[in-house]
Design a protein around this ligand. Structure first.
Ligand code: RIB
Ligand code: CA
Length: 343
């Protein structure tokens, strides 16, 4: 096993982003400022709509990254989603490929050739902003020091690039909540690797090693929740525009899950990370230091070293503690998704 050759020096600036108790109370009462970094993607689309419709969240922008679709397709999908939600939220195009590895073909067998289940959509009427995803993340974090949460539901390339652009970023953002990885549930791309981490393991190792507060919503929880058609049909009936759209894009995704022998519905990976932001009490968590294998047959594996281990292995020394979601109340999560998306 070898570690990422791409080393970043992260300087923690204590003065920036540290709120007084009064500021922190006010901040916690307001909708939480969020940038959604995504690779839309069917479950990304569900997550973006979920976040845009939640009164608990203020989505400041959507940044896109390669993954479920090539970057231009994923960016067009983000623009379509903003339009569908009727919201004036900026979309910034991000990384087209991993930091070091060559680009792998998108998983069209999961998300369709258009990334949204092949439902023949019209061209978006909007354009992405000029700034890149990493530039947008940095400028927004500087604008609202200590307030912005990065919700990362794709490869972590944009976050790693933003860290390289602004080494003080960990002190400027409130926290990072990511869908990705697996502490003990195995993988979904390889026996040990989850897709978002496998797609850019070098970026993931940087992000999980930076000195910010990170929560990992991984396969440990996302594969124990299944969204079924009864709920989706109800949502489509209640709101034919948004609920109906979610129903239509998920037909392809459901077929994929059926073909994999997943019963009772399909996994809602990315919406689970949104649910964590809105109501973290749905999850139980523990702490671990996490490293990512960057090459070989275990590439993309997240190795979580429990906080209770007395002896620290050298590879984990100096790594920050990450909050790892371990269990989830699935009914509560699905209820929150349904009532927020189609109130
Ligand atoms: O492993 C699940 C993750 O990979 C989700 O973010 C999904 O959208 C895919 O990118
Ligand atoms: Ca995703």
């Amino acid at each position: 096993m070898t570690w990422a050759p791409f080393a970043l020096t992260v300087t923690v600036v204590l003065s920036a982003g540290v709120a007084t108790p009064a500021e922190a109370r006010q901040r916690d009462a307001d909708p939480r400022k969020v940038i959604v970094d995504a690779d839309p993607g069917i479950d990304d689309a569900m997550a973006i709509l979920f976040a845009l419709r939640s009164p608990a969240l203020e989505v400041l922008g959507i940044t896109t990254v390669f993954g479920n679709a090539h970057i231009d397709m994923g960016t067009a999908n983000a623009l379509r989603l903003v339009e569908l939600a009727g919201r004036d939220v900026p979309v910034a195009r991000g990384a087209a490929h991993p930091l070091i590895l060559p680009l792998a073909p998108p998983p069209e067998f999961v998300h369709g050739t258009d990334g949204l289940g092949n439902i023949a959509q019209s061209e978006p009427t909007r354009q992405p902003i000029e700034a890149s995803a990493a530039e947008f993340i940095v400028s927004t974090a500087r604008r609202y020091p200590g307030e912005v949460t990065l919700l990362a539901i794709g490869r972590l390339t944009n976050l790693a690039l933003a860290l390289a652009l602004e080494p003080r970023l960990p002190a400027l953002v409130r926290e990072v909540v990511l869908m990705g990885g697996s502490a003990s549930a195995g993988g979904n791309v390889t026996p040990v690797a989850e897709a978002n981490i496998w797609g850019d393991p070098h970026a993931a190792d940087i992000v999980l090693g930076a000195s910010w507060k990170v929560t990992m919503v991984g396969l440990d929880v996302t594969t124990s929740v299944r969204l079924g058609d009864d709920r989706l049909e109800r949502m489509a009936a209640r709101d034919p525009r948004v609920g109906g759209f979610v129903y239509r894009i998920t037909r392809f995704y459901k077929q994929f899950h059926d073909s994999m022998g997943v019963t009772g519905g399909f996994y809602v990976h990315d919406p689970s990370a949104v649910a964590y932001l809105i109501d973290p009490g749905i999850f139980s968590t523990d702490k671990a230091r996490v490293r990512v294998v960057t090459e070989g047959i275990a590439m993309g594996q997240t190795i979580a070293d429990s906080a209770t281990r007395a002896q620290r292995w050298d590879a984990f020394k100096g790594r920050p503690e990450v909050t790892v979601c371990r269990d989830v109340d699935g009914d509560r999560l699905l209820r929150l998704f349904e009532t927020t998306l189609t109130p």
